[in-house]
Design a protein around this ligand. Structure first.
Ligand code: IPM
Ligand code: MG
Length: 359
């Protein structure tokens, strides 16, 4: 509330979270101060640290604030400290509850190979140089949320565990629509990945995507691909891809593979979007990296580029986003490298490099 009693709309809710999350989001705060100091920013504990403080990885108050903000930027959640916590209170459960609560069903995970980093990839330079590939991962359905799910004891000893993969026409259609629309602004090609050869949910996925394509997106090139073949093609010839749409679990796995093509997980941002006008959720795709947390070694660029996506997709600040992207590329061209990129810069020094390039 401001002094005259009017509610101030939060532009950006920062959820630094656990592990390296606080270190990388601190660099985002410095970028905000330099680039968009007028943004209204709030911050809340999230994940393991929230569980430690309040017994819940995502409090009702934090979720309500997330839904009332224009964008949410998360650092990372989880770590060995919370391995013994009941599953519904785990930091990861907080993240799933945030995604579901914000209804951000389409997760955009770019695999973009920055020119100066082509040699940091585990693939040959010619396979990855110029790579610009976007995975659209369904984020609020499928086996991550399907019921029933349980582990039960069997009478004769041993146990039985059940997870449920479930998709409806509407869930598939809305995420496929995001992929087709994105492709129109890019190279106009969509691959839809599923396992229709063994799974009923895969069969429905293929049917719904085919149907939507025929009705609304016949101008976009569509190819169906089995998810296992997609994994193979991603490491064999990644530049054949423009946009790939896939379900929650396949998207989790395929996006890690695609990310590694670019040299470092420490480089990649993501955006999770819901219905038009609703707040987006932005996260670096690296995890909490407990092995290096607190040491100032983490690469803050994925978090900084996640903020760049937030400027573009939720905050309507395209010019600032362009400036920030150019600054990151310039810092890399000037040789700025954290350890994951084969260099020696600390988290703060990489932040310094981006700020210098911005200035
Ligand atoms: C990701 C992560 C999460 C997921 C975990 C932390 C729950 O792996 O964002 O890819 O599986 O979705
Ligand atoms: Mg993952």
């Amino acid at each position: 509330m401001t002094s005259d009693g009017a509610m101030t709309m939060t532009d950006l809710l920062l959820l630094p979270g656990d592990g390296i999350g606080p270190e990388v989001t601190a660099e985002v705060r410095r970028v905000i101060a330099a680039l968009t100091p007028d943004l209204v920013v709030e911050e809340r504990p999230f994940g393991g640290i929230s569980y430690d403080q309040s017994g819940s990885p995502l409090t009702d108050e934090t979720l309500a604030l997330a839904k009332a903000s224009k964008a949410v930027l998360m650092g990372a959640v989880g770590g060995p400290k919370w391995a013994g916590v009941p599953r519904d209170k785990r930091p990861e459960a907080g993240l799933l509850a945030l995604r579901a609560g914000m209804e951000v069903f389409a997760n955009l995970r770019p695999a973009l190979c920055f020119g100066p980093l082509a040699d940091a990839s585990s693939l040959k330079r010619e396979l990855v140089e110029g790579l610009d590939f976007m995975i659209v991962r369904e984020l609020t359905g499928g086996i991550y949320f399907g019921e029933p799910r349980f582990i039960e004891d069997l009478p004769g000893g041993g146990k039985r565990a059940v997870d449920t993969q479930v998709y409806t026409t509407a869930e598939i259609e809305r995420v496929a629509r995001v992929a087709f629309e994105l492709a129109r602004g890019r190279r106009n090609k969509v691959h839809s990945a599923e396992k229709s050869n063994v799974m009923d949910s895969g069969l429905l996925w293929r049917e719904v995507v085919t149907d939507l394509h025929r009705r609304e997106f016949a101008d976009v090139e569509l190819e169906h691909i089995l998810a296992d073949n997609a994994a193979m093609q991603i490491v064999k010839n990644p530049k054949q891809f423009d946009v790939m749409v896939t379900d929650n679990l396949f998207g989790d796995i395929l996006s890690d593979a695609a990310a590694q093509l670019t040299g470092s997980l420490g480089m990649l941002p993501s955006a999770a979007l819901g219905a038009p006008g609703k707040p987006g959720l932005y996260e670096p795709i690296h995890g909490s990296a407990p092995d290096i947390a607190g040491q100032g070694l983490a690469n803050p660029l994925a978090a900084i580029l996640s903020f760049e996506m937030a400027l573009r997709w939720s905050l309507d600040r395209t010019a600032a986003a362009d400036r920030l992207q150019a600054a990151v590329i310039k810092a890399l061209e000037d040789g700025a490298r954290t350890r994951d990129l084969g260099g020696r810069l600390s988290t703060v020094q990489m932040g310094d490099a981006v700020l210098a390039a911005l200035a």
